[in-house]
Design a protein around this ligand. Structure first.
Ligand SMILES: [Zn+2]
Length: 79
């Protein structure tokens, strides 16, 4: 546990505290959860697409067949 100066009022605030007890401002160590869904998803898609293009056609065909089998199994179990 460490104490840091509050950016708002300068009061010593614990890094574990969610907010400054003096003024209620979030401590400098507090991370604001920013959703990075778009960037992550695009990166993943690019990786998958790149891997797909690099793959030899035999592997592509096998992957396609495997995906088709997986989907048919999924549909068979969903009914
Ligand atoms: Zn404060």
């Amino acid at each position: 546990m460490a104490l840091v100066a509050c950016p708002e009022c300068g009061h010593q605030v614990s890094t574990l505290a969610k907010a400054c007890p003096q003024c209620g401002a979030p401590p400098p160590g507090a991370r604001t959860s920013e959703p990075v869904i778009t960037g992550g998803l695009l990166g993943k898609l690019a990786t998958v697409l790149g891997a797909w293009l690099v793959m030899p056609w035999v592997v592509r065909l096998l992957t396609f067949i495997a995906a088709m089998v997986m989907f048919s199994v999924m549909f068979a179990f969903s009914r």
